[in-house]
Write a protein that binds this ligand. Structure first.
Ligand code: AVI
Length: 320
C-alpha cells in the first residue's frame, strides 16, 4: 500500500508532514532562517543522537549518569520511597533503571508521543522489574494529561532527564514546567537534569566533535527536508556551525552557506548568501540561580541539587 511504501521510504503521512512543511516553509522565510530542532529526530537523526551521547566530547549524558549512580542514596532519601515515577519521554535504557533502583517506586508511567517508541522502551524494564506496574501513556506531555489509575492517590515523582528542557526557549520551558505541574498534581516532586554554564571551549567541543557526528546530525535535517518535502537544497554547500551565545547562555547550532545558493521546497523558491545561516537548535545552559528562577516561574520550588564530580551538569529536585 501507499502507507507501507511511505513507511519504507520514511515519508510521514498526514498531519505530521503538514506540520513539518509549515515549520520549514515559515522558518525559511524569516530574516534569520530557522527550522525547529524537534525535526532532527527521524530514524537516522535518532540514531545519530544516540551516537552523540557516546562521544568523548559530549559529556552531558555521562555526567548525568554519574550523578544518578553515585548519589543514588542521597537522591532516594530526598525523594522518599513508594512514589509512582512519571517519566516525560520514553525511558532510556541506562538512566531509568538508575533512578528506579534509588527510590523503590510503586509504579512506572512513561509518557511519549510515539506509542511504538514507548512499547519498545518498556520491554527491557518489564523484564528487569517483573513486580513493578508499568503503565505507558501515549500522549503529548506539553499539555496537562490525566494519569492512569495505577497512580491513583500515590505520591508522584516526575522524571525529566537529559537536559531536554534546554532545547526550549525560556518561555516555552516555563509553559512545559507548568504543564508538568498540572499533570503531576499537588504533593508531587520533579527530578530534572540541566546542563551547566561552563568554559566556552568545553561547550563548543561538545557540539562540534572531532569525528563529525554532530555535524552529520545537523546536516541530516537538510537530507530530511529534501527527502520528505521534495527539497533541492545543495547539502554540500552547507556546513555545521556552533555559536556560544554568552548573553543568552545557549549553544546555537546553525547550517552556514559556504557560497550563494538557491533552492526550491514545495514549489517555493529560497536563496541564501554565502555566510548566511539556518538556525537549527538552541541548547540553553543554566547555573543554580537561573535554574531556580526557571523552576519557580514553572510553579516548582527547588529543594535539592546534585552535581557530577566536575560540576558540568546538575540534577535538581523541586516540589509542587
Ligand atoms: C537532546 N538535547 C538535550 C541535546 C542537547 O545537548 O541539546 C541535543 C543535541 N544537539 C546536538 N548535540 C546534542
Amino acid at each position: 500500500t501507499q502507507f507501507e511504501q511511505d513507511l519504507i521510504e520514511e515519508r510521514p503521512a498526514g498531519r505530521l508532514r503538514d506540520q513539518f512543511r509549515a515549520d520549514v516553509l515559515t522558518g525559511l522565510r524569516q530574516r534569520q532562517k530557522v527550522v525547529p530542532a524537534r525535526w532532527f529526530y527521524d530514524l537516522r537523526g535518532s540514531e545519530l543522537f544516540e551516537e552523540i551521547t557516546r562521544l568523548p566530547e559530549y559529556y552531558p549524558t555521562r555526567a548525568e549518569i554519574e550523578i544518578l549512580a553515585n548519589q543514588c542514596g542521597e537522591i532516594g532519601a530526598a525523594v522518599g520511597e513508594g512514589r509512582a515515577v512519571v517519566e516525560f519521554g520514553a525511558g532510556s535504557a541506562t538512566k531509568t533503571p538508575l533512578l528506579l533502583d534509588c527510590i523503590a517506586p510503586a509504579a512506572y508511567v512513561p509518557i511519549d508521543i510515539s506509542g511504538a517508541f514507548l512499547r519498545e522502551a518498556c520491554k527491557p524494564l518489564a523484564r528487569r522489574y517483573p513486580d513493578l506496574p508499568i503503565v505507558p501513556v501515549e500522549g503529548d506531555f506539553t499539555h496537562p494529561l490525566d494519569l492512569p489509575d495505577a497512580v491513583d492517590g500515590r505520591p508522584v515523582l516526575g522524571f525529566f532527564p537529559g537536559s531536554t528542557i534546554g532545547n526550549l526557549a525560556p518561555a516555552e520551558a516555563v509553559d512545559l514546567l507548568r504543564a508538568m505541574r498540572a499533570t503531576l498534581g499537588d504533593g508531587s516532586v520533579l527530578l530534572i537534569g540541566m546542563d551547566m554554564i561552563k568554559d566556552r571551549q568545553v561547550l563548543v567541543e561538545a557540539y562540534d566533535d572531532g569525528a563529525g557526528v554532530t555535524a552529520a546530525f545537523n546536516l541530516n535535517l537538510v537530507t530530511r527536508i529534501n527527502r520528505e518535502l521534495g527539497g533541492t537544497i545543495p547539502i554540500d554547500a552547507l556546513r555545521h556551525k556552533i555559536v556560544w551565545n554568552v548573553e543568552r547562555a545557549r549553544i546555537e547550532m546553525h547550517l552556514e552557506a559556504s557560497r550563494d545558493i538557491a533552492f526550491d521546497i514545495c514549489a517555493q523558491h529560497f536563496s541564501m548568501r554565502a555566510g548566511e545561516t539556518i538556525h537549527t537548535e538552541n541548547s540553553h545552559k543554566y547555573d543554580l540561580a537561573s535554574a531556580t528562577q526557571l523552576l519557580l516561574a514553572g510553579h516548582w520550588t527547588p529543594f535539592a541539587h546534585f552535581h557530577d564530580s566536575e560540576r558540568r551538569f546538575m540534577v535538581l529536585l523541586a516540589r509542587a
